[in-house]
Ligand binder design. Structure first.
Ligand SMILES: Cc1ncc(COP(=O)(O)O)c(C=O)c1O
Length: 368
């Protein structure tokens, strides 16, 4: 296990050694941004560490309202709600939309927060083959007496694949279904304005699409959020046990979130820089012959048939002062993987050094 002794950035300190860091989800480098830190510190000075109460009792502050306003502006939606963690977003949506569906259709490699979010009294649950919209369609047809809700990750956490919403959304329309997209890894990244996977497919604002989002990855802060119509957000505030029954987000985190959203809107070049780096790395990795995915995201997996090989590669990089972790995560996968993530702040020099090491390893090992 890696025990961090520093903040996360291009480099980290682990057990008193400095490593080049190609891990985690700090895609835009905001987690350690001076403005976020400053805002978080002054927030602690003014409000302390916690409001120690639920949003629905005495835990709502002016800060929460300000953050929700910024998020609505960023997402171009009427209203937004923030809550304890991104993990809870799928559960919240699956709960408050429950009157509108009687069957769930889930990508078989969905994130555990989706599976955990299935309400206990929903028994019609169907898993479609990973990203396979044809299989999804056949399941929808076979079960057409139900009101259907489809749920998928927007960008898959381990593989960086983008769910084919361009193919899935026509099925949503055809079958009068609802679509939930867990956009934890797409918020701030995909789409012209960084609004996520629907925007990437020109579906921003399309009917019957809901997104569960987080501030803990590209936004470099913490906490889940949902942006939607006033009616949906009102329903969450009034009816979601997760929202009502948990303590409001801590002041420094909320202030950092506010700064982060503003930076995201003000500096689209952060995203351009990220994609430039991600493309460059993915290209190199493909040319070296490693098996990876092709979608244009900052998550670049290196796939292996044997766990030992994946672990060995990660250890080799580690011995050479790079953190690129072997990932063992509760998601259905038929391969073993080393998960390499790229940030907007990585330097060409860092990337070249990493490439040299990967080449060196490839020259001595079979890479299947
Ligand atoms: C696809 C996906 N959904 C949800 C989450 C949970 O988000 P958070 O860590 O902000 O609670 C994660 C984080 O690991 C994720 O990868």
């Amino acid at each position: 296990m890696f025990i961090l002794k520093s903040s996360i950035g291009n480099y980290v300190s682990i057990n008193d050694k400095r490593y080049s860091y190609f891990a985690g989800n700090n895609y835009l480098g905001l987690a350690n941004h001076p403005v976020l830190k400053e805002e978080a510190i002054s927030s602690i000075e003014k409000y302390g560490i916690s409001f120690s109460a639920s949003r629905n009792t005495t835990g709502t502050s002016e800060l929460h309202l300000e953050l929700e306003k910024h998020l609505s502006e960023f997402k171009n939606k009427n209203d937004s709600v923030v809550f304890a963690s991104g993990y809870m977003g799928n559960k919240i949506l699956l709960h408050i939309l429950q009157e509108q569906y009687s069957a769930l259709f889930i990508d078989e490699s969905a994130h555990p927060s989706i599976l955990d979010g299935i309400p206990p009294d929903v028994s019609n649950v169907y898993f479609y083959n990973h990203c396979n919209y044809e299989h999804l369609e056949s399941l929808l047809k076979k079960n057409n007496k139900h009101k259907s809700l489809i749920i998928t990750d927007g960008v898959f956490a381990l593989t960086g694949e983008i769910a084919p919403l361009d193919k899935i959304y026509p099925l949503v329309k055809k079958h009068s279904a609802i679509l939930i997209v867990d956009d934890a890894h797409a918020t701030g990244i995909l789409g012209e304005n960084g609004r996520g996977t629907p925007e990437h497919f020109q579906l921003d604002g399309a009917e019957n699409i809901y997104q569960a989002e987080t501030m803990s990855k590209a936004l470099g802060a913490y906490g889940g959020f949902i942006s939607s119509t006033r009616e949906t957000i009102k329903k969450i505030r009034e009816k979601s046990p997760v929202y009502i029954g948990s303590t409001s987000l801590p002041p420094p985190v909320v202030s950092a979130g506010c700064s982060s959203v503003k930076i995201l809107m003000q500096y689209p070049e952060l995203r351009s820089r990220l994609f430039e780096n991600a493309n460059y790395v993915r290209d190199k990795i493909k040319k070296m012959g490693f098996l990876t995915t092709s979608d244009n995201t900052p998550i670049i997996p290196l796939f292996f048939n044997s766990q030992e090989k994946a672990v060995k590669l990660s250890e080799f990089l580690n011995e050479n002062s790079f953190i690129v972790p072997y990932i063992n995560y509760p998601v259905k996968m038929d391969k073993f993987l080393v998960r390499l993530t790229v940030s907007a702040t990585h330097t060409k020099d860092q990337i070249e050094k990493l490439s040299e090491l990967l080449k060196k390893w490839r020259d001595k090992h079979e890479i299947s």
